[in-house]
Design a protein around this ligand. Sequence first.
Ligand code: DUC
Ligand code: ZN
Ligand code: ZN
Length: 401
Amino acid sequence: MTGNTYDLVIRGGTIVSAQATFEADLAVADGRVAALGRGLGAGVEEIDARGRLVMPGGVDTHCHIEQLSGAGLMNADTFESATRSAAFGGTTTTVSFAAQHPGMRIADVMADYAACATRGALIDHAYHMIVADISGENLADISRLVGEGHRSIKIFTTYDKVRLDDLSILKVLETARARGALVCFHAENDGLIRWATERLLAAGDTAPRFHALSHPRLAEIEALERICRFSEATGQPVMLFHVSTREGVEIVRAARGRGAPVWAETCPHYLFMTEDDLDRPGMEAAALLCSPPQRQAADQEALWRGLALGDLQLVTSDHAPYRMDASGKFANGEAPPFNRIANGMPGLELRLPLMFDAMVVGGRLGAEKFVELTATAPAALFGLAGKGRLDPGYDADIAIW
Ligand code: DUC
Ligand code: ZN
Ligand code: ZN
């Protein structure tokens, strides 16, 4: 507060938190929420928010920005353009990935990525450490980096160059447990994906839409179940990324019912698209290829139910954009088989508008749950201090809808 004046007062809006909805002014001083209440004093700047919803800015804890994929491809956007698009969609914090590849030292990867983010990001950001090689000094590095505050690790159970085997996964879980990190998983069974892919290609089924069949739901089912059991064996908390199937939700529910420290997310493309969306002419569907793939209408219903019941705690974007040219989707030619097309699509900007449309405008689970799934819960689960709420003292990261 400057004298008797706040830096900013957002006046007359409807404040929505994960627990409550009420009319109030919101005052900001020194970049933080200073007060909530009716008839607050003047602000140097004032925003008339009558008739609008005032919510915490979105926290997107799963987005790929300026990250080299396992296949050596770079995402289409930069820290600058990615975080600009996030802000346009109401997201004020990103958590992206510093990706180790085999042979790299994790401490160097983290330092390089921090420099890149610092040069470009327009909003607050943190990053997960993707661990793909635990040889040499890497486990000791991880232990030290977690101690310094990098509290999230990500592991792939599939993708040729970056996946870890079971023993390595258990060693990372043990290391994380000793230091207090959260370990996130892309959980799909690698063998099942390769086997299905070989059979499809041998039959000449190479079009983009066959990508959906090449990642069988059993691949997700097997890997989610295995990782839940590993979490129980080690006592290490895990976050299961992009759950896409009804059975996946059931596995998470059962694990949590047993008391396993398991959390899970899904993404808009699993809530709003099905594998039928891949049925497009020519190579058009390449734009929509992602892993796990879009599933079926019954899975969408199960995911919504999982969100309603609290089996799934987050909705993130899995933002991973690649251009529809030789720098991205068509790096392996103009009509590559489905398994040579980069996986991923953009989502940072549209995650919140899509969820708002369904949840607030459409009334599915409502505005408070929208805030919980997209801002409050991700900030809390990943330990992002000052984020995800509009209580006094929290960062003034605000989206007015
Ligand atoms: N799948 C991933 O695992 N990562 C990025 C995008 C995708 O589709
Ligand atoms: Zn993934
Ligand atoms: Zn991802």
